[in-house]
Ligand binder design. Structure first.
Ligand SMILES: [Zn+2]
Length: 423
């Protein structure tokens, strides 16, 4: 074979691997509840395997949700039986569930105005936006409200999309306590960007909200940290979690929330696994960019929130294994976490769990929350797990996200008022 034909074959292989639609036909999802330390340890081993995807991994005594690829199903079921683990099948065929969610989304889209939506002057918060729409809207805010919003490019993704932050203030950005919010770290967790874009809208365009929330604090927000992954989850693989960098010829994607420097480890997680931590800390342009941004402003930053789904949880450090137990200001973290919970509960009756990552979720290495607390010394650091929706939990129905973004705003508002009044 000459080198040109090898090149052609390679090109076709690349196009196929990057363009193909990924089906989850025959994949099963289980809820599994380890009740002893031994069961918990044994279940945790499955976390590191290819073909196993924990949608939620909780501490002992709580029901975790895990998806298993077809060729591992029999082995996994034998494992459940052998360990006598409490479990049930929640989705018999994950592709059926995704198909139903796609179907209801397309039915819903027919019921709403399909006229050309102008995202600059009439943002529609009842649908999921594309990365382009988020960027267009963000840039338009900076143009229309130059005294309130600065659009700053902070890097480029592996596929050359712009990574950006919005700096929001009522003038003179940088003189007040700063609130840092990061959305869209994990590709499939679509409600993250939806709630953060709505927050931005209220902060900038709603006079009442901007008066009270910008009076004593500035905000720095990266609404869509992982645009490559997000777009891939919209078009090719609904359950994609990572970024889209080609790490080596056989493997694409790093879990950005395992790529931060604090307690970073390659552990035993191989490239190809959903929680692959990357070849080195900050090897990924997205985690690198956000850490840079944090370093530049950390003197003023009083709180960092990273927004994920799902689980209705307000989590705070530590999460890494071998951690010294509770973080120094554990009680204060808990109190401020309750502000979020109470604000949402007052709106909806929904109750968020508030607590330390290791206690509620178990250990994670190289996560952004431990890094921002442990290396960047940010006083308050949270990982929010927003509400589940749809059959998998990641497909919060578009017909209800308008309500979700509004209810979540009350949580952001409660935190914002606290920072403004206390620093
Ligand atoms: Zn996440």
């Amino acid at each position: 074979m000459n080198s040109f034909s090898s090149f052609l074959i390679l090109m076709v292989a690349c196009i196929c691997t990057t363009r193909a639609f990924v089906s989850y036909r025959g994949y099963k999802a289980y809820e599994v509840t380890p009740t002893t330390d031994r069961q918990y340890r044994e279940l945790a081993i499955w976390r590191n395997l290819d073909g196993v995807d924990f949608w939620r991994f909780y501490a002992k005594g709580m029901a975790s949700t895990v998806m298993i690829e077809p060729k591992l199903v029999a082995k996994f079921e034998r494992f459940l039986e052998f360990t006598n683990m409490t479990s049930k099948v929640v989705l018999d065929d994950v592709e059926d569930a995704l198909e139903q969610d796609r179907q209801s989304r397309s039915e819903y889209r027919k019921t709403i105005s399909n006229g050309s939506v102008d995202f600059t002057t009439d943002p529609n918060f009842n649908i999921y936006w594309s990365s382009d729409q988020m960027e267009t809207y963000s840039r338009s805010l900076a143009q229309r409200f130059p005294n309130r919003v600065q659009f700053e490019v902070i890097g480029r993704s592996a596929q050359n999309r712009i990574l950006y932050a919005l700096k929001i203030s009522n003038g003179g950005f940088g003189n007040k306590p700063l609130i840092f919010i990061e959305g869209g770290c994990h590709a499939r967790e679509w409600v993250s960007q939806a709630t953060v874009m709505y927050l931005i809208h209220r902060l900038v365009e709603d006079p009442v909200a901007s008066n009270e929330l910008l009076e004593n604090a500035d905000w720095i927000i990266t609404p869509n940290l992982n645009p490559d992954g997000y777009e891939f989850s919209r078009t090719n693989n609904r359950l994609w979690r990572q970024n889209r960098r080609q790490v080596n010829p056989n493997c694409v994607g790093v879990d950005l929330n395992r790529n931060f420097a604090f307690s970073w480890r390659t552990a035993t997680v191989a490239c190809g696994s959903q929680t692959f931590s990357g070849p080195s800390p900050f090897s990924e342009p997205e985690s690198h960019a956000i850490n840079d941004l944090m370093s530049r402003y950390r003197q003023n930053i009083k709180i960092y929130l990273t927004v994920h789904s799902f689980g209705d949880m307000v989590l705070f450090p530590w999460g890494f294994q071998g951690s010294p137990g509770l973080i120094g200001n554990h009680e204060y973290h808990h109190q401020v976490g309750l502000l979020w919970r109470n604000a949402i509960q007052a709106q909806t009756g929904k109750v968020y769990a508030v607590g330390n990552v290791a206690q509620l979720l178990g250990n994670a290495f190289g996560a952004s929350d431990d890094h921002m607390a442990g290396n960047q010394n940010v006083n308050l650091v949270y990982t929010l797990e927003l509400s589940r929706g749809g059959l998998t939990g990641f497909d919060f129905p578009e017909s209800q996200i308008g309500n979700l973004v509004r209810e979540t705003f009350h949580g952001y508002r409660a935190i914002g008022l606290h920072i403004g009044r206390n620093y």
